[in-house]
Design a protein around this ligand. Structure first.
Ligand code: NAD
Length: 506
């Protein structure tokens, strides 16, 4: 395969941004690590040094948890009215908009994603803060006025307390914004740990929160790795809940780590999300959605549409057209606004993607396009070619595991039952899609597929109002929507006797 088989965007500039120094935010103060340890982050697309980051240890993590605990127990945030909490969340939203360019650029330099996409994510994040502000004002419990003349029942919704928020690298600013404003709307305090690969934009969020007037200690940020920072955040007795997004392997480790202190855990984990195409599908729309579904964020996306399950009558045409359209997707310099797909996050992840393709080929799979590194003029980073793999059996790892790269697996079916067996055959259950012009086909599929989100004749739409999360090994709990707020709330039952109406027991 040669370069002209793809659409490539050569380097347009060599970023020479000033080195970004990142520290921890603890109790309203920016601090270095007690032992002075730091680590660095290079641009995965350009190879240039982007950030030097304080490397968190036990001292910073424990101080951050203590600050969050103290702020919660003092009611610094939970005692504020919903209106006052909403006012601050709205200010943060406005400041995110004002800082969009700066946040998006750092997001590109640390993650390798394209600038136009990063800008869209930051705009979307501001919308999440606004939506959460509306929840802060409308948060309420229930009353039960039907328990009898002498009894009134009230269900109070209370903030769960101190929340550890642990985030991945693939949508750094968006995912912290799917968690933190909802936790704050509920009245919780938080310790946040961004991924070690994408630390900087969460630190900018910390700056904005301080400027917006959030009381010290309500939001703390500790930079660093799963060990020791994440590990302490999930085992410390002063933490009441863990909200985690990341891999299923780490999600399972966190479930075990939290068992001794019985913390609530909400987890958003991996996916192997199928798009199922019936013969009556609108193929023009479906093919575009398949290409979007697999190459968006270089396939490094929990919602990646990484498998298509195509009716055998149309499988050949669909595969051919997906391959043709794959050649038109602009891969390359993420700082160029025309680029749609940037660099892979780091070399070892690139190697993992390659090995999935190599193992599939060794087992008899056919690479229809791609499967190899892309060489982009003027760029040092690791770019993986748009890849379509067919002639698969459902038991092959590439067909059932999360590759997390721009690699599409093609499987075929004859009947609805077979399509559902394939769709439900993976251990994941994050999202699924169905393409058919027949509403009955779409409804039957939607009801029978095991997934937290189902898209019919579309892919990857999302709204702050619509809950998001997985079943099976894709996680527990929901983000976004009212359900996203409920995750951070405890329910307290209050039963109030009216008058001296209770007959004595003795
Ligand atoms: P990861 O699990 O390697 O890391 C996620 C976070 O957990 C990082 O901040 C990391 O430092 C931390 N961590 C690592 N070990 C830990 C431990 N033992 N205890 C506590 N924290 C620990 O995931 P990643 O590679 O950053 O992200 C990619 C994964 O995230 C993919 O599997 C993807 O599907 C998933 N993801 C899911 C969603 C969703 O909403 N379902 C969204 C985005 C990403």
């Amino acid at each position: 395969m040669t370069a002209h088989d793809y659409t490539l965007i050569a380097a347009s500039q060599s970023p020479d941004d000033a080195l970004n120094e990142v520290r921890h935010l603890v109790d309203g103060v920016w601090i270095d690590s007690a032992d002075g340890a730091t680590f660095e982050r290079q641009s995965p697309a350009h190879g240039t040094l982007v950030s030097r980051i304080a490397k968190g240890g036990a001292a910073e993590t424990e101080a951050a948890i203590a600050a969050a605990r103290k702020a919660f127990d003092a009611g610094l945030w939970s005692d504020l009215s919903g209106k006052d909490r909403a006012t601050i969340l709205l200010k943060v939203a406005d400041m995110i908009d004002e800082n969009r360019g700066r946040i998006a650029r750092l997001e590109v330099l640390e993650s390798g994603k394209p600038i136009s996409q990063a800008e869209g994510e930051i705009e979307g994040a501001a919308d999440l803060w606004r939506y959460a502000a509306s929840l802060a004002r409308t948060l309420h419990g229930d009353s039960h006025n039907t328990l009898g003349k002498d009894m009134l029942g009230v269900v109070l919704k209370e903030p769960i307390g101190v929340v550890s928020i642990i985030c991945p690298w693939n949508f750094p600013f968006l995912i912290v914004s799917q968690k933190l404003p909802y936790a704050l709307a509920a009245g919780c305090t938080a310790v946040v740990k961004p991924s070690e690969l994408t630390p900087s934009t969460t630190a900018i969020l910390g700056e904005l929160l301080i400027e917006a007037g959030i009381p010290a200690g309500v939001v703390n940020i500790v930079q660093g790795f799963g060990d020791p920072v994440g590990s302490i955040m999930t085992t410390h007795e002063d933490v009441d809940m863990v909200s985690f997004t990341g891999s299923t392997a780490v999600g399972k480790a966190i479930e075990k780590a939290t068992a001794d202190t019985l913390k609530k855990v909400s987890s958003e984990l991996g996916g192997k999300n199928p798009q199922v195409l019936f013969p009556d599908a609108d193929l023009d729309s479906a093919i575009d959605a398949i290409v979007f579904g697999i190459y968006f964020n270089a396939g490094e996306c929990c919602n990646s549409g990484s498998r298509i399950i195509v009716h055998e009558d149309i499988a050949e045409e669909v595969t051919r057209r997906v391959v043709e359209l794959s050649r038109e997707v602009p891969f390359g310099d993420p700082l160029n606004p025309d680029t749609k797909v940037g660099a892979i996050i780091h070399q070892s992840h690139f190697d993992k993607i390659s090995s999935y393709v190599e193992d599939a080929v060794a087992a008899g799979a056919k690479v229809e396009i791609g499967g190899a590194p892309l060489s982009v003029d003027g760029m040092d980073g690791a770019f993986f070619a748009p890849t379509v793999v067919s002639n698969l059996t459902p038991d092959m790892p590439i067909a059932r595991e999360e590759v997390f790269g721009p690699v599409l697996s093609v499987l075929t079916f004859k009947t609805m039952d077979q399509a559902l067996d394939l769709a439900n055959g993976a251990s994941y259950g994050l999202s699924a899609g169905v393409w058919s012009e027949n509403i009955h086909t779409c409804l039957e599929f939607s009801r029978r597929v095991q997934a937290g989100t189902v898209w019919t004749n579309t892919w990857m739409d999302g709204y702050p109002e619509m809950p998001f999360g997985g079943v099976k090994e894709s996680g527990q709990g929901r983000e976004l929507g009212r359900y996203g707020l409920e995750e951070f709330l405890e329910v307290k039952t209050v039963q109030m006797r009216i008058g001296r109406t209770r007959a004595n027991w003795i």
